[in-house]
Design a protein around this ligand. Structure first.
Ligand SMILES: NC(=O)c1ccc[n+]([C@@H]2O[C@H](COP(=O)([O-])OP(=O)(O)OC[C@H]3O[C@@H](n4cnc5c(N)ncnc54)[C@H](O)[C@@H]3O)[C@@H](O)[C@H]2O)c1
Length: 394
């Protein structure tokens, strides 16, 4: 259920490992693309896998779920106003399963969700339809940990945490994943599996927030944060992460809010970390504004738009947020450089080659540490004023 970044690679991997797979999605364009043996998302090796699976008849895409042995729910779980989890897609996908389910079927929620969702939403909806978890069907959570760019390998090789709403559910889900996962399959209860996934991403967020807070302090005290971090990390038990212009993507910037929503009184640290990271684009903009004031209409080169290095993904990207804000609020001529995109995603702005932009610029803001930027001749950065938010030149 859901043929996106998680569902489609999982479907294709299962289909090329001896299973017959029906991929279900609401979007007709997605179904048509996949049934034509093509893909609508960028992920290495996925296109060849889908082409082979569709050609052999082991993968087909459908608008509604057919009868099957196991159902995996891989639908989006964004947040809505007030950072509250939006579980409408999980509920809709679960309801859509009801007519297809037969006794003994396995239903696994792979989407990232707040603790108790598997029991209180998925198992509850099925129970209301007369299908009791552990008696009629098996219901479990198995969060996905894949890294975009390495999904095909990681779907198979990563260790998995599998948690059922009863012990029999845990066992049924554990056996299903052991059928194709090479990493260890850890068995636990549903709520633990839910919190494990969220804890992983909140851990990253809190640690990045610490580095970003130090960057804010250093900018106020006019100290070099890179030197501070490097020297502090000389301590044998200290390992401060690298600061940056914020935290993007659809996981680390979203999932910590699911823990906060579950226990607001107990999560001041996780909530503060989110705010520190969300506040970073504004801090970068403030720094830039101070520099830009020296010029009448500065030419500003912005290096990078994606949310992390060496990819084209701009979802929740802090780099994109910084460039948008400069475009909207500073009287400047902007030269945007993003070697992973063919067109600028911001109306009224064009993409430039890195070297040309650096030669023209009065001010340079480095927002993403792309490999291509690391290879640029250092002399290009000596003339303009530089704000290096990612430590590219360190
Ligand atoms: N992308 C990642 O790297 C990643 C990694 C770990 C966990 N996750 C989690 O996995 C889940 C899915 O993420 P994604 O990136 O694959 O999302 P996505 O947006 O790429 O894909 C979701 C798909 O589900 C479809 N869909 C929505 N409602 C549906 C329904 N009721 N029935 C059938 N299909 C439906 C959408 O049309 C879409 O094609 C989310 O909870 C996410 O947090 C994602």
């Amino acid at each position: 259920m859901g043929l996106g970044y998680v569902g489609l690679p999982t479907a294709a991997v299962l289909a090329t490992r001896g299973r017959r797979v029906a991929g279900v999605d609401l979007r007709a364009d997605v179904l048509d693309t996949i049934n034509a043996g093509q893909v609508h998302i960028v992920e290495p090796e996925l296109d060849a896998l889908v082409r082979a699976a569709v050609a052999s008849g082991s993968l087909r895409a459908l608008p509604t779920p057919p009868a099957a042995d196991a159902y995996l729910i891989c639908v989006p779980t964004p947040f809505r106003d007030g950072h509250q989890p939006d579980l409408r897609h999980v509920e809709a996908a679960t309801r859509a399963l009801v007519p297809a389910l037969r006794p003994g079927n396995l239903v696994v929620l792979e989407s990232t969700v707040p603790p108790t969702t598997t029991r209180d939403l998925v198992a509850r909806v099925l129970a209301e339809a007369g299908l009791v978890a552990g008696r009629d069907v098996f219901v479990a959570h198995a969060p996905e940990r894949v890294l975009p760019g390495a999904v095909i390998r990681e779907v198979v090789q990563n260790a998995r945490v599998v948690g059922g709403v009863t012990e029999a559910c845990t066992e049924a889900a554990g056996r299903f994943y052991e059928g194709f996962v090479e990493g260890e399959v850890h068995r636990t209860r549903a709520e633990t599996a839910e919190l494990v996934k969220l804890s992983e991403n909140a851990y990253r967020d809190v640690n990045i927030a610490y580095a970003n807070e130090l960057a804010n302090v250093c900018s106020r005290l006019e100290l070099d944060v890179w030197e501070v971090v490097e020297l502090a990390n000389e301590h044998p038990r200290v390992n401060i992460l690298r600061p940056g212009p914020g935290v993007g993507g659809h996981c680390i910037a979203v999932d910590p809010w699911f823990i906060v929503a579950s226990a607001p009184e107990d999560t001041p640290l996780i909530a503060a970390a989110r705010q520190v990271n969300d506040g970073r684009p504004q801090r970068v903009l403030d720094q830039l504004r101070t520099l830009a004031e020296r010029f009448k209409r500065p030419r500003i080169a912005c290096l990078g738009l994606s949310y992390k290095p060496n990819i084209d993904d701009i979802r929740e990207s802090p780099a994109l947020e910084v460039v948008r804000s400069i475009h909207e609020s500073l009287p400047a001529e902007l030269m945007v450089v993003e070697p992973h995109l063919r067109e600028s995603p911001i109306d009224g702005l064009e993409l430039f080659e890195a070297e040309a932009a650096l030669r023209e610029a009065d001010v340079v803001v480095i927002l993403v540490g792309h490999r291509q930027f690391r290879r640029l001749p250092r002399e290009l950065f000596t003339r303009p004023s530089v704000i290096d938010t990612v430590g590219l030149l360190v």
